[in-house]
Design a binder for this molecule. Structure first.
Ligand code: FAD
Length: 463
């Protein structure tokens, strides 16, 4: 069917569903509604629909299947390649589905599929609870959690993917079903492949205090500072180890005062004095500019983080997983920090996986990278139109890290940041790279749950 015919058929279907918000290409709202975080994605969807209930989502999927209408799912729109949008495909925007229902035992919460990270964390915080999230408020929670979900609460409670204990899904027939254990294995690591996630049931934890903030190091000799920090940090890991309540995310960015290297500190333990002691210890690992760690709340912490991240960018991101950050890798990163483009979009961000998710799990998942490691985000983005400059810098940084210590590189990479198009030669190579030995499990689950590939424009891509 041509796009014009698809649009006419869609509009006839929507007559029966007046609650579904409809944004056709002719609408003044369409340019904003189609735009993902990465503006380099120029695809124009057939139209945008915003379901207001699970039943709306089910009806849309039924209509799409019946009419062979390709579609994408969007929550926060923060897939790094902008893959929630595809040319001429219907865009199903889930952001009206934001309910959170806390179980009476306060150990789990049912979280709807369109909620953003700060919305979820705010609702839990009001109840004295928290669950792992990333640090950027506008990232979709379900999109973050179901592909892995690295973040500052992971050393304490584990990755997002390991919080998932249940899910409600709109399946390829447009039916609303509870995921069984087999489907949950696939949702934990590759959720978008099998259906629309209406809600996830995730573990939640008591939390009423937080100590967090950036520790910004002196940028004058940034390469040396970066190398020295990592040498001291690795030594600390080997000598004392770090408490589970502590997380340190390394970030290199262009702030108001120029290029900066910071350790984003977060302490999710009840003993705030112990947390302060640790913030001073981390601040002492390299020449300091300012230690901004202090008591805060999760909602305030999200607001502060949001101010550091551009609302949209254009460009390309890359990723490696490395076991450790030895001097050779620190030098490769540090050298490239010194020449990082002066652009708010250019960044390096490093998550460390340690704690409960770095090892075998009780629940099955297709998330493959279970040994302790650092997940490197090498972000060649731009807010000023110089995306090619940023991209070339990120490619160079990615290559130099790889060459610095090939044996230190893990065989698997993180689906949400790995650049499937540029870091792999084919879709199947990208699948092997991001799911390792779990790639075949994932293909078998897809053949069982979506044999006709109704969900075809997904993350990950199978074709
Ligand atoms: C600024 C920024 C910061 C980030 N920080 C982190 C971080 O700290 N840790 C980390 O691990 N990752 C991080 N990421 C990566 C991010 O978690 C993933 O890209 C995530 O998938 C984005 O989810 P979204 O809903 O915002 O994106 P979208 O682009 O809306 O969704 C991405 C894909 O997920 C699928 N999807 C989303 N919602 C549903 C649903 N309800 N049902 C079915 N499929 C769905 C679709 O296939 C969609 O194409 C970050 C990305 C950005 C841009």
């Amino acid at each position: 069917m041509s796009s014009t015919a698809q649009l006419t058929t869609l509009e006839a279907f929507l007559q029966g569903y007046p609650n579904i918000e409809y944004i056709p290409p002719s609408s003044p709202e369409y340019p904003a509604a189609r735009k993902p975080w990465n503006e380099a994605r120029l695809d124009n969807p057939l139209a945008v629909v915003k379901p207001q209930s699970p039943a709306d989502v089910a009806a849309i999927v039924k209509h799409a299947k019946l009419n062979s209408l390709p579609f994408t799912i969007r929550s926060g729109g923060h897939n790094l390649e902008g893959r929630c949008v595809a040319q001429d495909a219907l865009l199903i925007d889930m952001r009206a589905l934001t309910a959170v229902t806390i179980a009476s035992d306060r150990k789990t919460a049912k979280v709807q599929g369109g909620i953003l990270q700060d919305e979820l964390a705010g609702k839990l915080w009001e109840q004295g609870l928290a669950t792992p999230t990333g640090a950027v408020p506008t990232v979709g929670y379900v999109g973050w959690a179901m592909y892995g979900g690295y973040g500052p609460f992971s050393p304490h409670w584990g990755l997002g993917v390991d919080q998932i204990v249940g899910a409600t899904v709109v399946d390829p027939n447009g039916d609303i079903v509870n995921a069984d254990e087999a489907l949950l294995e696939g949702i934990r690591g590759a959720g978008g492949l099998f259906g629309v996630i209406i809600d996830l049931t995730v573990k939640v934890y008591p939390l009423t205090s937080l100590l967090a903030g950036p520790i910004i190091f002196n940028p004058t000799h940034i390469t040396k500072t970066y190398v020295d920090f990592n040498a001291a940090y690795e030594k600390l890991l080997d000598s004392e180890g770090l408490p589970s309540q502590l997380s340190v995310q390394q970030i290199c960015f262009n702030g108001p005062m120029g290029r900066a290297f910071a350790a984003l500190f977060l302490w999710s333990g009840a003993d705030i004095e112990e947390g302060k002691r640790w913030s001073e210890k981390i601040a002492s690992l390299a020449p300091l500019m300012v230690n901004m760690v202090g008591p805060t709340t999760i909602p305030e912490w999200f607001v502060a983080n949001g101010a550091m991240i551009p609302p949209t960018i254009a460009g390309t991101g890359f990723s490696h997983n490395v076991r450790r950050i030895p001097p050779s890798v620190a030098e490769a990163i540090g050298r490239n920090l010194a020449i990082m483009p002066h652009d708010r979009g250019a960044m390096v961000s490093i998550h460390q996986l340690r704690g409960p998710s770095a090892g075998p799990q009780d629940h099955q998942s297709v998330f493959a990278t279970r040994e302790p490691h650092y997940m490197l985000e090498l972000l060649g983005f731009s807010t000023s139109g110089d995306e090619e400059v940023s991209r070339q810098w990120a490619i160079q940084t990615t290559d130099e890290i790889q060459q610095a210590d090939p044996d230190n590189l893990l065989p698997t990479a993180y689906i949400s940041v790995y650049n499937s198009a540029l870091q792999a030669k084919s879709t199947s190579e990208a699948l092997e790279k991001t799911y390792g030995p779990k790639a075949q499990v994932l293909k078998d689950l897809k053949a069982t749950f979506d044999p006709e590939s109704v969900f075809s424009l997904t993350v990950p891509a199978l074709e």
